[in-house]
Design a protein around this ligand. Structure first.
Ligand SMILES: [Zn+2]
Length: 260
């Protein structure tokens, strides 16, 4: 049976320059739907290690480990006895997201170590989203190794749990990145919005479907299925991912930040 892997970022009501958020109300409606339809929630590790072919399951993931996930998503998931997988940028624990759009009115806080420990204690899987959220395909071998090892090591030390899963920043990977991810001991890795070969490196190119505030509710149902409409949604995700990494606005803001 097909198991969708959903990718969320922020769960908040406030205006945000990026599109990577859902409101708490939208999130609750989506989780309630999963619950009433009888979906089981599984972690990335269980998804890759256990045989879930007969079970109606879904994986919920959060990239970037924003504090809004702790504030708004945790209470909703707790209410339905669900958990999730959260991917942490370890250099940004308990800090503002200045790696993203560097505008004063678009700041978001990342979870603290205490909040992450609480999530782990409630059964959430804690994964790595690297040390500093740099695009891994553009790094030298030693930088790449550092991004993967440092984040894994920090997380394991602080959370006191084995960290087996990785989410590639901007969903970007290539053969070299996969090779280093395996060498660093990641059992599985997730991408988002990049075309994936169906035969090669399946565990290290897990495809996800992003969920965004501008989408009507019926699109959320599409993300849980296979078929034509789901493939259209995947194409839309590729466009979103491309814009998130390559937009002129983002590049301009980054160079402005580097100059000032
Ligand atoms: Zn990210």
């Amino acid at each position: 049976m097909f198991t969708p892997i959903l990718a969320y970022h922020k769960v908040k009501n406030d205006f945000d320059l990026s599109i990577t958020r859902v409101t708490p109300t939208q999130f609750e409606r989506q989780v309630r739907y999963l619950f009433h339809k009888g979906y089981k929630i599984t972690s990335i590790s269980d998804f890759v290690n256990l045989s879930l072919f007969d079970e109606k399951s879904v994986v919920i993931t959060f990239d970037d480990s924003y504090a809004s996930v702790y504030e708004h998503a945790l209470p909703v998931l707790r209410k339905y006895n669900y958990t999730a997988t959260i991917f942490v940028i370890t250099n940004y624990v308990n800090k503002w997201n200045d790696w993203d759009y560097p505008l004063p009115r678009n700041r978001n806080m990342h979870c603290s170590w205490e909040q992450l420990k609480e999530l782990a204690a409630e059964g959430w899987e804690i994964g790595s989203h690297t040390a500093s959220h740099r695009s891994l395909t553009q790094l030298s071998n030693s930088e790449l190794r550092h991004e993967l090892d440092e984040s894994k090591c920090q997380l394991e030390k602080r959370i006191q749990n084995k960290v087996n899963v990785l989410s590639y920043p901007f969903g970007k990977f290539d053969d070299r990145v996969i090779h280093f991810a395996k060498m660093s001991g990641y059992q599985a890795a997730c991408t988002l919005g990049h075309k994936v070969s169906k035969t090669k490196e399946k565990l290290h190119t897990l495809e996800r479907r992003g969920v965004y505030f501008f989408e009507p509710f019926h699109l959320f149902k599409v993300k849980l299925q296979e078929g034509l409409w789901a493939r259209c949604d995947d194409k839309k995700q590729r466009a979103i991912t491309f814009c998130s990494h390559g937009s002129i606005l983002l590049q301009t803001l980054r160079s402005y930040r580097n100059i000032t």
